[in-house]
Unconditional design. Structure first.
Length: 277
């Protein structure tokens, strides 16, 4: 399919510019939508219109919407596209857009590539994409470009790294963010220069542990090399019995055990430091 998409790219009668590796990514993330007849595809960044015709050939039954700042792009409506003029960094624009266009499946962000534009698009669009849909953000290498205001703590790629934590916070008790997308984003795929957000609200419930209720040997967990120490001193046993009476011993044991585990994990993690350089 990547060859087909590249063929459509080469055959498009209007100018388009893509990084060569994108065609393989398109194959991986777009192939399952090819036969869909109720599809709505949005591309941000129309410019000369070349890529609109790629999506028109790839998804012949889809409603295809182009978004651009330049009103001149309206000319492509004669070719069967819907063209909306607006600023992708404006949440007001997106509010009006999704009031007008519901049931969006695929959004391809090939717009201005600044941190503000890419982040604003993600936070504004993800809550409105259908389950099973995706947001494809292209050219995220701009998060490393000096002329795009990077490196920055608030780059788009750092925003994506935060979403990794956000997704994992669906395991109860780990943490939470003041701003979260983990009720919509089920998973993220990272490629060179492309990030794909996968939307599935049904898969965003809080996780829970289940068992199969089969035979259990209750083998000791030796991952930390932990073994209980037996105290033989009568004085210590007396103290332990006193603490047990007031249900304090378990809390003390738990505290020291957790502290020991934490220190061991920190020590082990520090050995991985070289892989973060």
């Amino acid at each position: 399919m990547s060859d087909i998409i590249k063929k459509y790219f080469e055959e498009s009668k209007y100018f388009s510019m893509k990084l060569e590796k994108y065609f393989h990514v398109y194959e991986l993330v777009l192939s399952k939508y090819k036969s869909r007849k109720d599809l709505t595809v949005v591309e941000i960044g129309v410019k000369d219109g070349g890529s609109l015709f790629i999506w028109q050939k790839l998804f012949p039954h889809a409603k295809i919407i182009g978004i651009d700042l330049n009103v001149e792009c309206k000319k492509f409506e004669k070719d069967g596209f819907i063209i909306e003029i607006g600023d992708q960094s404006s949440q007001e624009f997106w509010k009006n857009f999704f009031y007008k266009h519901q049931n969006v499946d695929i959004i391809i962000d090939d717009g201005g590539h600044t941190n503000t534009q890419q982040i604003s698009t993600a936070i504004s669009c993800i809550p409105f994409i259908k389950d099973g849909g995706i947001l494809v953000t292209e050219d995220v290498m701009c998060s490393y470009f000096f002329n795009f205001g990077n490196p920055s703590k608030y780059s788009f790629i750092n925003f994506c790294k935060k979403i990794i934590d956000d997704i994992n916070f669906k395991f109860p008790g780990i943490g939470n963010f003041e701003f979260s997308l983990n009720n919509y984003v089920h998973s993220i795929e990272f490629f060179e220069s492309i990030v794909v957000f996968k939307i599935n609200r049904k898969q965003c419930a809080f996780n829970k542990i289940i068992t199969n209720n089969k035979k259990n040997y209750n083998h000791e967990d030796l991952r930390y090399g932990y073994k209980k120490k037996m105290f033989k001193s009568p004085k210590i046993e007396s103290i332990k019995n006193f603490l047990k009476k007031f249900k304090i011993l378990n809390k003390i044991n738990h505290f020291f055990f957790i502290t020991k585990i934490r220190r061991l994990n920190i020590a082990n993690s520090s050995k991985m430091k070289k892989y973060f350089k």
